[in-house]
Design a protein around this ligand. Sequence first.
Ligand code: URA
Length: 225
Amino acid sequence: MAPKPRAFPEIADVTETPHLTVVKHPLVQHKLTLMRERETSTAGFRRLLREISLLLAYEVTRDLPMTTRTIETPLTEMEAPALAGKKLALISILRAGNGLLDGVLELIPSARVGFVGLYRDEATLRPVQYYSKVPADLEERVVIALDPMLATGNSSVAAIDLLKEAGAGDIRFLCLLAAPEGVARMREAHPDVPIVTAALDRKLNEKGYIMPGLGDAGDRLFGTK
Ligand code: URA
């Protein structure tokens, strides 16, 4: 008999739409639960985010173009699959994006790295840009924008706007948690940008925090308050 599906009412039971992929891998889900817990230390949170980012990077690069090349194994020659060599750029949306960056860079060490600094005006919840330094040739690269929390979507949309203005065409968005409001905002503004996340949570609260969420990702990552 097939096992009864488990219900997690705080987390939407979506796995994949054309615009959104929720990585429901048991390791990802277990590590995310540890990260959500209030008592998890800064060091633990940082380590878990790095570990999850490796697993999410696997998913966000799933459709990278492939080719084959002729190699020699110790036994014979073969046509072996290999990346077609499409260049990548990782864009960390500061500051919490840096928590995803290390793990993703470990898997893709040759990627170029850019940074976009946006802070959220707590009164309006609108993004204010204070820094931007991105690779010059974004139009030639697969661009992966990194931000653990897709909340209102305002800063994500602003960051993607900036990347498109800088020439990026093939952009993906990698986050740890998404709120339905942020996903809808991104879909409206940038329907061409697929989102990969570990969970789609219930909603935003009145302060723009994801519920049930994990709190302020930057504060938990860097031990600030
Ligand atoms: N940013 C965070 O760090 N946490 C949230 O819940 C929303 C935005």
